[in-house]
Design a protein around this ligand. Structure first.
Ligand code: PLP
Length: 482
């Protein structure tokens, strides 16, 4: 009997590498430690003020920094720029309908434009809009209507170390209390994944229960779906009855529970600019379309070119590819687990798009008002040319009475991972740099603010290594951050 060819091989190896190859490259300019020290001082210890050319690995955000595929670049040329009835709109509409099941699809130039339009139509002064945790532009757009935005995050969110699988959930008891109370609630928004709470996923069970509660009270449920595909994948990995199911099926099941959605396509749309709004209600869609003329343009292009709609349509299809999502989530998890193994305190478990380091636990010798996460982000830039972002005291704190600040609840450093941009070797470099800093953490000193704008101070504030004694704090009680 003849043996067949190579029949005694071991099982095929697991293809645990990036499921794409590189077609165009962008060189990374390397800087010297002296250049970085100089840039840091000139920026006022604020990484938003550093030119991107002086950054080696940029983990400031995952928004609008995606690498597009060859298919998307090809689709740009195929874009139909007709003012009305564009073929590119028809394709975009059909892709969004197939993912969300919603009949009315309205493109916008980015997510916040969709928020502003929807809220102008649906919110009135004096009302309350609850959510798991509203993203900051969502919060601002709600409050701009004279409406109160309130966050009802799951109690599991508060313990950074706990390995809870769905820390992004909405607190159902608190939601029920609100819906049965006196507040007037025009809609509820659940953000998937919960960006402001560490990119943590929301479970299907939580969405089902929230949807049932909302509908029992006649209140529409909206999803803020900027990271709907990452949430779908985390449901598949962490919620038993969804194991192994196609991401499109899971995404559709999530949207089926909602009456509408707001989406920034700069995240899971895999494009550099774009967004959309989709709703079931004819009258809401009609009102939004009427309003669009004032800001976004004709309702079939929404502040975008036809080619942008093509790129978005392709991106929304590509993002649901299981090979893409498995690699994406694995990249974030591997960075998080490597840091945990090196003793770096992170928010566990790593979520969908970023790893968050606990600044106070990393630098326990600093006071919360020494801006520990900001100090760490500056040290990481100085040490390795890696840009991250502080989500903590600098971003969420305010000068209180007598110009004295009160510590906010969390002081985190976010490492946001752009989609399809960095290889695992580059992220390994980031992990090594942070492990170095953790061993040398005693060398990282306090910062103080020298100048701050009245609003959104983290974008424009300048800081310096603290030279004076810190002013005495009036209260040790942490205030609640947004
Ligand atoms: C980015 C984001 C938005 C706002 O979208 P833009 O495209 O930046 O205007 C809204 N919600 C969430 C959850 C986001 O991450």
């Amino acid at each position: 009997m003849m043996r067949s060819f190579a029949d005694a091989l071991p099982p095929a190896p697991n293809p645990a590498f990036e499921p794409y190859k590189v077609k165009a490259v962008e060189p990374i300019r390397l800087t010297t430690p002296e250049e970085r020290r100089d840039a840091l001082e000139r920026s006022g210890y604020n990484l938003f003020r550093i030119p991107a050319d002086l950054v080696a690995i940029d983990l400031l955000t995952d928004s609008g920094v995606t690498a597009m595929s060859a298919r998307q670049w090809g689709a740009l040329l195929d874009g139909d720029e007709a003012y009305a009835g564009s073929r590119s709109f028809a394709r975009f509409e059909s892709v969004v309908r197939s993912i969300t099941g919603m009949p009315h699809v309205i493109p916008t130039h980015q997510g916040r434009a969709a928020e502003r339009l929807l809220f102008q139509v649906m919110l009135s002064p004096g009302e309350t809009v609850p959510g798991n945790t509203h993203f900051d532009t969502t919060h601002a757009n709600i409050e701009a209507r004279g409406t109160t935005a309130i966050d009802l995050p799951s109690p599991a969110t508060h313990d950074h170390a706990a390995e809870h699988p769905f820390k992004g959930d909405i607190d159902l008891e608190a939601l029920e209390d609100l819906l049965t109370g006196d507040a007037r609630v025009p809609l509820v928004i659940i953000t998937v994944t919960n960006n402001s709470a560490g990119g943590q996923p929301v479970s299907m069970a939580n969405l089902e229960a929230a949807s049932a509660l909302c509908h029992a009270h006649g209140v529409p449920l909206f999803l803020d779906g900027a990271r709907f595909a990452e949430n779908s994948w985390l449901i598949r990995e962490r919620e038993a009855e969804w194991h192994g199911r196609p991401p499109l099926e899971i995404a559709r099941a999530m949207f089926d529970l909602a009456d509408g959605c707001l989406v920034s396509a700069k995240k899971d749309g895999l494009v550099n600019i774009g967004g959309f709004l989709a709703v079931r209600d004819d009258a809401v869609a009609e009102d939004v379309r009427r309003l669009m003329v004032l800001g976004e343009g004709f309702p079939t292009y929404g502040g975008l070119a036809g080619r942008d709609l093509e790129a978005m349509a392709s991106g929304l299809e590509e993002v649901l590819d299981p090979a893409y999502l498995a690699d994406r989530i694995n990249q974030v998890r591997t960075l998080g687990d490597t840091l945990t193994a090196a003793g770096v305190p992170i928010v566990r478990p790593p979520g969908g798009h970023a790893v968050y380091i606990d600044g106070r636990a990393f630098l326990p010798h600093l006071d919360p008002l020494d801006y520990p996460a900001q100090a760490l982000s500056c040290a990481l830039y100085l040490h390795a040319g890696v840009r991250s972002v502080e989500v903590g005291q600098l971003m969420n704190g305010r000068p209180g009475p007598g110009d004295v600040e009160v510590p906010v609840e969390h002081d985190l450093l976010r490492l946001a991972i752009p989609r399809r941009v960095y290889t695992s070797r580059q992220l390994g470099f980031v992990a090594d740099a942070l492990a170095d800093l953790h061993r040398a953490r005693a060398a990282i000193g306090p910062l103080e603010i020298t100048d701050q704008p009245a609003a959104l101070r983290h974008f424009g504030a300048t800081l310096r290594p603290r030279v004076n004694a810190r002013p005495e704090r009036t209260s040790a009680a942490p205030s609640v951050s947004s």
